[in-house]
Ligand binder design. Structure first.
Ligand code: NAP
Length: 461
């Protein structure tokens, strides 16, 4: 008699939770449910295509998928194809690891104008996500304005600023590479609402801006002159990333821009977006000038009363992500997370919801790098394991559930079927000198994954 755990979502949080469960002493079978026919979530669709090393974690996930007690059920949408109630009745535990799917809006007037995008629109488009591959991306403007001072904003600026030759060896989708080859964007303005000492960039990602083939980072030395409270924060040993970032930014400010380079990335700080103006299309972003007030580590950004603006036909807000709830589960709409304590989901009245857990961005909010999800998954798996009761035998219920699901939905994609998509993507990529050329539409994924003669589903015995 095994314990049966369903994990919803096949991104890093889902896989790291599965890893911790399958490597535990307990006799556990894991079924991983994924809305798309393809696994890996954020690693496949969020990580920048020119950062292939970060994607190498999929080798671990591939190994886990071969575990005899692991089953992948792709192309199954929980909440539509199956309900949480059905899953809770058939499994000892259900772990929600659905991530944070959508870029947050700026919440300012003018966001409805053409030319204004969220990070997920642009990133989903260049990464070939089926939901975003058809988003209209207009690269006919000379200036792009990227709002936010995190690593996502850096990814977006870098993809806009690299030449096609710099991107060619990545797994950027062909439609995006073709469009970027014709891009008229020459000036990218990266805007933070607070100062350089508060930017959330990591040094490795920021440093890359000094090495681009055709793009020069531009920064006025005054922009990194720190007020005493910021200098105190930056000097604090607990925040070494800040000091590194400041050093890199100083290097950018000191450097003489190479006139032979055709592109520029301008760094701006202390400017909070107030409104986007234009008739049908975004033409300008108006910002409130901000200053920081208060003691070190307790500083608040407040408007100075002055405004400034940047003209540009492409605006991309990179200001964090939002998770979404699942029908039948509590959800904290303000935080965009499922209420939980260490991964154990709690109901709206604060009581633990038996057998329901959460991991990753939907558990703790959209922060941290891929590896952060490992500790997060371990914490959740510990909760799952502690909650397993010896008296309950879910084997028969789980097997019946999976069999009924496979019969009801005739196009469930197991891991062997995903590997057929994977093989095709790698072969298509090899012909173009890329690690892979992603299939970007669900119909083609399914045609590749499930040729008629193939069995529909392989389940862990
Ligand atoms: P993030 O690091 O939280 O940065 C969000 C940025 O948006 C912050 O600068 C924030 O400013 C700003 N912001 C929020 N609301 C705003 C508003 N209304 N107006 C203007 N600015 C606003 O989030 P992220 O960049 O989306 O990244 C998510 C996580 O993924 C991070 O942990 C990141 O490190 C990680 N990531 C890692 C990599 C990598 O390792 N290569 C790549 C991409 C992402 P305030 O600070 O003032 O709130």
């Amino acid at each position: 008699m095994a314990h049966n755990v369903a994990i919803i979502g096949s991104g890093p949080a889902g896989f790291f939770t599965a890893e911790a469960l399958l490597r535990s002493e307990a006799d556990v079978r894991v079924d991983m449910f994924e809305r798309l026919p393809v696994p890996f979530g954020l690693v496949r669709y969020g990580v920048a295509p020119d950062h292939q090393k970060l994607k190498s974690v999929t080798a671990l996930f591939e190994t886990l998928a071969d575990h005899k007690d692991f089953t992948f059920l792709g192309n199954v949408s929980v909440g539509t194809d199956v309900s949480i109630e059905e899953m809770r009745a058939s499994y000892d535990a259900v772990v929600v690891a659905t991530g944070a799917l959508r870029g947050r809006d700026l919440g300012i007037p003018g966001e409805e104008l053409d030319g204004n995008l969220t990070a997920t629109d642009f990133i989903g488009w260049y990464n070939g996500h089926p939901d975003f591959r058809d988003v209209k991306i207009d690269l006919s403007h000379r200036r792009a304005i990227v709002i936010g001072n995190g690593n996502v904003a850096l990814d977006v600026c870098r993809i806009l600023s690299k030449t096609v030759d710099e991107l060619r060896g990545s797994d950027i989708s062909a439609h995006a590479l073709d469009a970027l080859a014709e891009s008229q964007v020459r000036d990218v303005h990266l805007v933070g609402r607070r100062g350089p000492a508060q930017a959330k960039f990591t040094a490795k990602e920021l440093r890359e801006f000094g090495t681009l083939a055709q793009a020069e980072p531009i920064l006025h030395p005054d922009a990194i002159r720190l007020a005493p409270a910021c200098a105190e924060e930056a000097a604090e040993t607990g925040t070494p990333g800040v000091a590194k970032n400041l050093k890199i930014l100083k290097g950018f400010a000191d450097r003489k821009a190479d006139p032979a380079k055709s592109r520029r990335i301008y760094f701006h700080f202390n400017m909070a977006p107030d409104r986007i103006t234009g008739t049908d299309h975004a033409e300008e972003v108006v910002f409130k000038r901000m200053r920081l007030e208060g003691p070190a580590f307790g500083q608040r950004a407040v408007p100075t009363g002055a405004e400034t603006s940047l003209r540009g036909g492409m605006v991309i807000g990179c200001v964090g992500y939002r998770g979404f709830g699942l029908p039948g589960l509590p959800f904290d709409a303000a935080r965009g997370t499922i209420p939980n304590v260490s991964g154990q989901v709690h109901d709206t009245d604060g009581t633990p919801l038996p057998g329901v857990y959460t991991a990753g961005w939907i558990k703790r909010g959209p922060s941290g790098v891929i590896g952060t999800n490992r500790a997060c998954g371990v914490e959740t798996a510990d909760q799952v394991l502690a909650g397993l009761t010896t008296g309950r035998d879910t084997d028969a219920a789980r097997d019946a559930f999976v069999a009924a699901l496979a019969a009801r939905l005739d196009r469930v994609v197991d891991f062997a079927a995903w590997r057929r998509i994977d093989a095709r993507e790698k072969a298509d990529g090899a012909r173009r000198g890329k690690p892979r050329e992603k299939v970007t539409d669900i119909a083609t994924m399914l045609a590749e994954a499930l040729p008629d003669a193939e069995p529909k589903l392989r389940c862990a015995p």
